[in-house]
Design a protein around this ligand. Structure first.
Ligand SMILES: [Zn+2]
Length: 243
């Protein structure tokens, strides 16, 4: 029961703060590098990617990976029904408490990446603490899946500062994964609003920020994915979009 309570507390904290919320409201302003626009054959990738090639009719749905076990499993079932592959940036402490979900995510055809160990406000940490947050999550990913994953997404900020990019690279993540479309799903605005916010902002090559652990997000996914397809946009993993 202790684990359940901790998970519930984590979920509650998540409701108050999405990946980028704190930075916009009260946190330090990140110093973003210029938004790179990738050519389809760009190689190697820059230190941070905000979106993929604009001439590619694909969209990457990317999820903050943390949430109540059953809700995450329901999300995976909905994604399977919609035949959509997504990218899950896992919070390391959450994944360590739900180890079976690592395999469930990969078995669903999705990919796993690193979203720090404790989802702290990483921009405000010392370089050493930033590095520890990244490597501790990487260790969990490696232990559970055999791979640390390709992508790192910083916590509590939409963009990685130059210092965070440096620590991510040092930890083996050459590219930080930002996004150009914020679904605002962590504010629990209801499924229709999640669909609308995403469709209003999405283009060829977009990377969309979504969150596990929110029922409204799960409810929005079937219509969101179906409408993307109607517009000719195929949901793919970040790796498919960017490489
Ligand atoms: Zn997050």
């Amino acid at each position: 029961m202790q684990l359940t309570r901790r998970a519930a507390l984590a979920a509650g904290a998540l409701t108050l703060a999405g990946c980028g919320t704190d930075a916009r409201v009260s946190g330090p302003t990140p110093s973003p590098s210029p938004s790179p626009s990738l050519a389809p054959s760009a190689s190697p990738l820059p230190a941070e990617v905000v979106h993929g090639p604009r001439d590619r009719a694909q969209v990457a749905l990317t999820f903050h990976g943390q949430g109540e076990d059953q809700l995450v499993r329901t999300t995976l079932a909905v994604l399977a029904q919609s035949e959509a592959a997504v990218t899950v940036l896992a919070v390391g402490s959450w994944l360590a408490e739900h180890p079976a979900l690592a395999r469930a995510i990969l078995d669903g055809g999705h990919e796993l990446g690193n979203h720090t160990y404790s989802h702290a406000d990483i921009s405000s940490l010392s370089p050493a603490a930033q590095y520890a947050e990244i490597t501790r999550c990487a260790d969990v990913l490696r232990r559970l899946t055999g791979s640390a994953g390709r992508w790192f997404r910083p916590s509590q900020t939409p963009r990685a500062t130059a210092a965070v990019q440096q620590q991510a690279r040092r930890a083996g993540y050459a590219t930080c994964l930002a996004y150009d479309v914020d679904s605002l799903d962590y504010t629990d605005p209801g499924p229709a609003a999640v669909v609308q916010a995403t469709l209003d902002g999405v283009h060829n090559g977009s990377i969309v920020s979504l969150h596990f652990g929110h029922p409204g997000t799960v409810a929005a996914l079937p219509e969101l994915i179906a409408t993307l397809r109607q517009r000719g946009l195929k949901p793919v993993t970040a790796t498919t979009l960017l490489t």
